[in-house]
Each structure stands twice: as structure tokens, then as C-alpha cells.
Ligand binder design. Structure first.
Ligand SMILES: Nc1nc2c(ncn2[C@@H]2O[C@H](COP(=O)(O)OP(=O)(O)OP(=O)(O)O)[C@@H](O)[C@H]2O)c(=O)[nH]1
Ligand SMILES: [Mg+2]
Length: 305
């Protein structure tokens, strides 16, 4: 046992992978810990497609959090890459933060979402999210079931939306993190580029504005990002890829109204991110089978690292 009392004053620092089924609130939780919106959030599953790194700083700790795509049974090449990204992130972390939705019924052991982390030695914490949506007596059987499914170091009921329980969750993560120096500067929230976050903010508005297969048939590429410091603004040109002509029509909408609404809402988010005025020009392009095209998936940072 360490007897050196100076170790108590050292910083704790490490990597935490935030994983779990789609739509449980992983990105919402990361944004809450960061105190700002870095990862996009929508009510639709499979919103996050990349690994998004968030740097959570405290006076004596730094948690490098990896938000990941939801774990699901993937069929298409894009979805397979998303699940691979989430599973790969497990290999590089000190702690696994596994999240489920409190409203999920206690799972059948053979189909438990925890099967994705079975057999791993990395310490894991279970975050049972969205407790604001369930009655308290629903929670106990859920916790009891998950306790049997995986040797979690802690099980913490939380609401990423209201912040309830997140302080306890933070303390549980810190217990499992090793002492060490900060891995990143303490004044940046992410290593993701502004270009990436801007593309995500446009995709978020496409997800919120469209239905059925349309959001899943879209991706966003930034064509140009010009800063004009003398006018304190940025001019951004982006293309929304779709797979079919009919989807292009849906996104543009009658007299271009849908695209104008997507652009206007995304521009407001981007202006908040960049802290300056933004001129946002959007195009929609049909790129048949882009979600199967390795070149496009690489450009989106989803495949072929
Ligand atoms: N009521 C409630 N809703 C929540 C909570 N946390 C997240 N949500 C909502 O759940 C939905 C999904 O949230 P996300 O953060 O995008 O979930 P995710 O796990 O990142 O989803 P994927 O990226 O698709 O895997 C959004 O509508 C959130 O507002 C919570 O604590 N309570
Ligand atoms: Mg997400």
C-alpha cells in the first residue's frame, strides 16, 4: 500500500469509454459533463456515428471521455463501422461507463446489452439513465438484474437531462482512475475539429427535421470553411449527401423551405459554438450508396483509420 501522502494530492487522469445501446443518452451525458454541446443529440437512435472525445477537467482530475455510437445489431457497412468504433474504444480505456435506459425492462441474460463488454477486465460502471421517466419502484429490479449480469464496480441511477445522480457518477469514475498528469490542456473541451462539429450540427438538424429512412440516408461534408476575422464571421459551405433523388426532394422541401429551416437552425447552433456570425450555404447532392462507399466513409471519419 502506498504510504506516501503526496500521492493524495496528485491529479487523477484517465480515459473513460461511454458505451451502451443507441438512444440511451450517452451524448447528452458527455455534454453535461463538458458543460457545453460538443456531441449532437436527437430522439432518434444511431445519432452518433463517430468516436467523440470530450475532456472533463476538475481541480485535481481530468477525465478523457469517449462518446461512442450505440451498440446494436448492425447490418449495413456504415452501421458495422459504427459498432466497430464503439467496441474498439473499449480497448484503450481505464474505465467503461456502460449506459442503459432506466425504462428498459430487466433483460434476458442471453440478450443483455452487457454482452458487448462480457469477459473484459477493464472496470465498468453501470449508469442507469433517464430516471426522471420511471417510478422509483421500477428501478430496484433493474439494478438487481444488471448486478447479476456483469461485475460492475458501481451501479448509478442518473438523469443526464436533469443532472440528478451525475455527481455520484463522477465520484465513482474518479475512484477507478489512476493518478497521473493531465493528458490534454485543461482549457479545451475536445480534440474534434470545428469542421467536424459543424458538420455534425448540420446533420443534427437533418435528423430532427426528417423521418423514417431519410436521416439514415444522409451525411454532411464541409466543402469550405473560411474565416473572415475582419468581419468577425465565418463563411461555411456544406453538402448534405443523400442516397436517392426522392430524398433530395424531401430535404429541399417545397420551394426550398425545408432546407432553409435546416440551415437556419444549424447556423444558430454553429454561431453559438464559434462565438461569431456565420454564413451557412447548404447544398444537397445525390451520391448513390454513399453509406457503402469506403472513400466516403473514410471522409466522414467512420472507416479505415
Ligand atoms: N427524459 C430523459 N431523456 C433523456 C435523458 N438523457 C437523454 N435523453 C434524451 O434521449 C434522447 C437520446 O439522447 P442521446 O444523448 O442522443 O442518446 P445517445 O445514447 O447518444 O444516442 P446514440 O448516439 O443514437 O447512440 C434525446 O432525445 C435526449 O434528449 C434523461 O436523462 N432523461
Ligand atoms: Mg450519441
Amino acid at each position: 500500500m502506498p504510504t506516501d501522502t503526496t500521492s493524495d494530492s496528485q491529479t487523477k487522469c484517465g480515459l473513460v469509454a461511454l458505451v451502451g445501446p443507441p438512444n440511451v443518452g450517452k451524448s447528452t451525458l458527455m455534454n453535461r459533463f463538458l458543460g457545453q454541446k460538443i456531441a449532437i443529440v436527437t430522439p432518434k437512435p444511431q445519432t452518433t456515428r463517430n468516436r467523440i472525445l470530450g475532456i472533463v477537467n476538475g481541480p485535481d482530475y481530468q477525465i478523457v471521455m469517449l462518446d461512442t455510437p450505440g451498440l446494436h445489431r448492425a447490418r449495413s457497412p456504415l452501421n458495422r463501422e459504427m459498432v466497430r468504433i464503439a467496441l474498439d474504444s473499449l480497448d484503450e480505456v481505464d474505465v467503461i461507463l456502460f449506459m442503459i435506459d432506466a425504462a428498459f425492462p430487466p433483460p434476458d441474460p442471453s440478450r443483455s446489452p452487457t454482452r458487448y463488454i462480457a469477459g473484459r477486465n477493464t472496470p465498468a460502471i453501470l449508469a442507469v439513465n433517464k430516471i426522471d421517466t420511471v417510478a422509483k419502484d421500477h428501478l430496484l429490479p433493474v439494478l438487481a438484474a444488471y448486478e447479476k449480469l456483469h461485475p460492475f464496480a458501481a451501479l448509478v441511477p442518473i438523469s443526464a437531462l436533469t443532472g440528478d445522480g451525475t455527481d455520484i457518477l463522477l465520484q465513482e469514475m474518479l475512484k477507478l482512475l489512476p493518478p497521473g498528469p493531465r493528458l490534454y490542456p485543461d482549457d479545451i473541451p475536445t480534440d474534434a475539429s470545428e469542421r467536424f462539429i459543424v458538420a455534425e450540427m448540420i446533420r443534427e438538424q437533418v435528423f430532427l427535421a426528417t423521418r423514417e429512412e431519410v436521416p439514415y440516408s444522409t451525411a454532411v461534408l464541409i466543402d469550405a470553411f473560411q474565416e473572415e476575422p475582419e468581419r468577425n464571421r465565418s463563411v461555411i459551405h456544406a453538402t448534405i449527401l443523400v442516397e436517392k433523388k426522392s430524398q433530395k426532394g424531401i430535404i429541399i422541401g417545397k420551394q426550398g423551405k425545408m432546407l432553409a429551416a435546416i440551415g437556419s437552425r444549424a447556423r444558430q447552433e454553429i454561431e453559438r459554438l464559434l462565438g461569431q456570425k456565420v454564413v451557412l450555404k447548404l447544398w444537397v447532392k445525390v451520391e448513390k450508396d454513399w453509406s457503402r462507399n469506403p472513400r466516403v466513409l473514410r471522409e466522414l471519419g467512420v472507416a479505415g483509420r
